[in-house]
Design a protein around this ligand. Sequence first.
Ligand code: ZN
Length: 280
Amino acid sequence: MRFANRGGRAFVLKGTSAGWDLEKESSGRFSPDPMQMWARHDEIATWVAGLDEASAEPVRPEELDAPVPVPPSIIAIGLNYAEHARATGFEPPTDLPPVFAKFPSSVTGAHGVVRLPGGGTVDWEVEVVAVVGKQMHHVDEADVFSHLAGLTIGQDLSERTRQFSGPAPQFGLAKSYPGFSPIGPWVVSMDELDDPDDLHLGCSIDGEVVQSGTTAGLIFSISRSISELSRVLVLRPGDLVFTGTPDGVGMGLTPPRYLRSGEVLETWVDGIGRMSHTFA
Ligand code: ZN
């Protein structure tokens, strides 16, 4: 099943073209607040399984808002694909990959316009994003997937000049301008994904493919990354984990290339869906 947000209300789908307003269809059993879906994801999934698809309302992905509009935390993992690490001038991590935060005000949906802040060095990073369901602290790798509500698509947009200027890198600020954390169009439950450890992901600019990879190339798999995070952090319902980007980002190209006003960035993860953003 898929968890979504239509007009600020929790919305659930069985397929990709029709679904139900969660609060109305459940006669108030479940909250209309999309942020209340995550802690109860199992219960909602069981209830959705019993719905008759004939009663579903048609919906297009373009109508949906960010499925997790106000995550308590956004945790992101850097240098988690070996080729990307080398292309950006770093050695691939052997112990733990670098971890940083994006600020929740940077979240936006899977379609729309993202304003470039000026400076001309905004870069793309397609990522698979995990959405925490049950709270996690000290969770073993084998138990991580049962704690997730599902996976969605993300872009970890990054203003590279801000990121790398100054005495120490500014990851958090440089990746948190408004609209710099697009996610969506929905969260796909774990049972619906054939193999979370081999999901193909990519993105294109004006139709030219710039990134193409698979989560099989992760140095730290989704479950291992999140298990390691849970050794330190308490991961709460609705938290997002950006799991890293494969090679092909603009700063690694010769010469470097960045997003320009008017360009269209299409982003996809097979088995989840697509996002499309225009820059202004
Ligand atoms: Zn990233």
